[in-house]
Design a protein around this ligand. Sequence first.
Ligand SMILES: C[S@@+](CC[C@H](N)C(=O)[O-])C[C@H]1O[C@@H](n2cnc3c(N)ncnc32)[C@H](O)[C@@H]1O
Length: 188
Amino acid sequence: MTIKDTMTGKEAEKMPNLAFRMMAFIFNLRDIFFSIDKRLDSFGIKEGFVIVDYGCGTGSFIKRASKLVGADGLVYAVDIHPLSIEAVSKKIIKNGLNNVKPLLADGYSCDISDNDADMIYALDMFHMIKNPSEFLQELHRILKKEGTLIIEYGHQPRAEAKAKIMGTQLWNITEEGLKHTRCQPIHS
Ligand SMILES: C[S@@+](CC[C@H](N)C(=O)[O-])C[C@H]1O[C@@H](n2cnc3c(N)ncnc32)[C@H](O)[C@@H]1O
């Protein structure tokens, strides 16, 4: 396995601890020099929303997300890596983010009720998913019928990401941005 494969998750969704720590170091630098606020603001998150940051990593987006949903909203920060949950939990305490709840995913499953979320965003992680069908089925389960999924192409060609999404027949792509697609769930 090459370092690149380890970092981009081509061979393992749950990356080794060392790789996660290296990623965290890079992301912490990124967060100092580049603000994510504009990007998150463009998603259309509203006060009172229940949102899911799926594959939240070091929790770069949780502070802004917490502010956007406000005291009546909720942010689930989901990740498959225990070090992510540790990093997010520290950020929650440090910044008093009482409306953010860290959740460790178990494979493609997470402890969120059916039809709970108004919005899910999965940023820079879809390329790591080995079984997109199972993954997208779980996102479909937790999203409200009128909810929105924002999924970033990540380190894969746009056409490949789109084919995976369309292949499930669970999602309509409603908007294509430079880096991500916006999708609505299909319900028969
Ligand atoms: C490259 S990081 C991106 C983190 C964050 N979304 C960001 O943009 O800063 C990808 C994250 O997705 C997580 N991940 C990979 N597969 C996952 C899965 N099946 N369920 C939940 N999280 C997953 C990894 O553990 C890692 O923290």
